[in-house]
Design a protein around this ligand. Structure first.
Ligand code: GLY
Ligand code: MN
Ligand code: MN
Length: 450
């Protein structure tokens, strides 16, 4: 680094001695996930007999010059190892074929440079040095924690070839498919993510007077939610969408640079990701004044009816497309009642809904995205799957097919649900969904702009 000062021999010698023995860093004790991750690796192993499988955590990405984006390990790596920290950058899990059937897992982990006169990395390496980024478990400590045999990751080592989860479609698909059904612990993590998200939405509602007064109120909201996400978990599971007025008609409005107008709705789509990397994905559309206008309420109630119909269609054995179809039928009929469409049949309602109305949720916000169609899009729901139901109406401000009063209104209602033995459980029910309940909740939190 051009601004780093050279180190004299005298300083190097001085730095290399005089350190007391340090206890092992956090994350060195046997993880409660060690048995579950071993079972996951076993299920993966059974699908690829005799083949070497490589699952990298991924590598840090430069944000600017010598500063990296905060590192988050690949979800498949986290799922197979239980390791979720920033310090996993560069680490690689390899499943080595062990005879014709099983595999032996080996985790390549960066050794921790010793604190000795011959090794300056511990105080000079900005990416990994313990005096720069904190002390991390070394291979022996990681082995104890994970129960996976660990080997030192050499800086320029080249791994023998094998199927690589980041490039091999078949391996990526199987990893996605194995993650479709969540176990009880994973559902607990997702519930925590949802609970923290609900707290973040409350924070936002309480902060609305400040946000309304700020020229970039959408950013203020993003920041308030981000504080909750970072304080309770690893951060947000995706970029927060804080979209007021017609910005709500942009599905992934993450610029968030708009001013808030008390006459408008705010569409807030945000989720907290836990330290274990499970994320919620929740949307509420709120009247910034604290009260829906009649036309806002009309649009909201149609989306809510669509969501209710979608949720009612969730149960084991239902096809994944059923809940989408049920919700979209309600939307198409509503648009027909309003005179916007001539008939609810066909797919012209999609001009006003734009996207599919739900997806699997887990370690990734759009979870299991590499799963093949027969297991996901054309498959059937199973107990233990967690998904969103998120119909919306996005009535563009310049859409001449719409009555002027409807133009520029965007509403999405998004909840997280887990499929149970005979239906689905709403995980995000702590947040109000009906217009009356939203108004009462906003009033209690003191948000009304007057
Ligand atoms: N927040 C992205 C989505 O709702 O799918
Ligand atoms: Mn979603
Ligand atoms: Mn969302």
């Amino acid at each position: 680094m051009s601004h780093d000062l050279p180190v004299s021999d005298e300083l190097a010698a001085f730095m290399g001695a005089g350190w007391a023995a340090v206890p092992p860093p956090p994350g060195s004790a046997r993880s409660p996930l060690a048995d579950a991750t071993a079972a996951r690796r076993g299920r993966l192993s059974a699908r690829f007999p005799g083949e070497r499988l490589i699952v990298p955590a991924g590598t840090a990405k430069v944000r600017s010059n010598d500063c990296d984006f905060r590192f988050r390990p690949h979800s498949a790596y986290a799922w197979l190892t239980g390791l979720t920290g920033e310090d996993q950058a560069g680490h690689v899990l390899v499943l080595e074929p062990d005879g014709p059937h099983g595999h032996q897992a080996v985790l390549y982990v960066r050794p921790r440079p010793p604190r000795s006169a011959g090794s300056s990395a511990f105080y000079r390496d900005r990416r990994h040095g313990e005096f720069w980024v904190g002390r991390s478990p070394d291979p022996a400590e990681t082995e104890r924690a994970t129960g996976i045999r660990c080997a030192p990751l050499e800086a320029d080592a080249v791994l023998p070839p094998g199927r690589d989860a980041t490039g091999d479609g078949e391996l990526a698909a199987v990893l996605s498919e194995l993650r479709l059904v969540k176990d009880a612990w994973e559902i607990g993590q997702l519930q925590q993510a949802v609970n923290h998200t609900a707290a973040g939405f409350e924070d936002v509602v309480r902060a609305l007077p400040r946000a309304l007064a700020h020229p970039r109120g959408e950013r203020w909201i993003e920041g308030v939610f981000g504080l909750r996400a970072r304080a309770e978990g690893n951060g947000t599971g995706y970029e927060t969408i804080a979209a007021s007025g017609a910005h709500a008609c942009v599905l992934h409005w993450t610029r968030n640079d708009g001013r808030l107008n008390p006459r408008d709705l705010l569409l807030l789509d945000a989720g907290v990701e836990t330290d274990t990397l499970y994320t919620a994905d929740v949307t509420r559309t709120l009247p910034l004044s604290g009260r829906f206008t009649p036309v806002q309420r009309q649009v909201y109630e149609l989306v809510l009816a669509a969501q209710d119909a979608g949720i009612a269609a969730l149960k084991p054995g239902a096809s994944f497309r059923d809940f989408h179809r049920a919700g979209m039928r309600v939307i198409a009929e509503g648009l027909t009642d309003w005179g916007v469409l001539r008939t609810p049949d066909g797919d012209l309602h999609r001009r006003y809904t734009l996207c599919s109305s739900g997806h699997m949720l887990g370690l990734d916000v759009h979870d299991c995205a590499q799963a093949r169609a027969d297991a996901y899009l054309d498959g059937v729901l199973e107990e233990g799957q967690v998904l969103t139901v998120e119909p919306g109406l996005y009535l563009q401000p310049d859409d001449e097919t719409l009555p002027p009063a409807l133009r520029g209104i965007g509403v999405r209602i998004e909840d997280d649900l887990v499929i149970t033995a005979n239906g689905a459980r709403l995980m995000s029910g702590a947040l109000p969904r009906t217009p009356d309940a939203i108004e009462a909740w906003m009033g209690e939190l003191g948000a009304a702009a007057g």
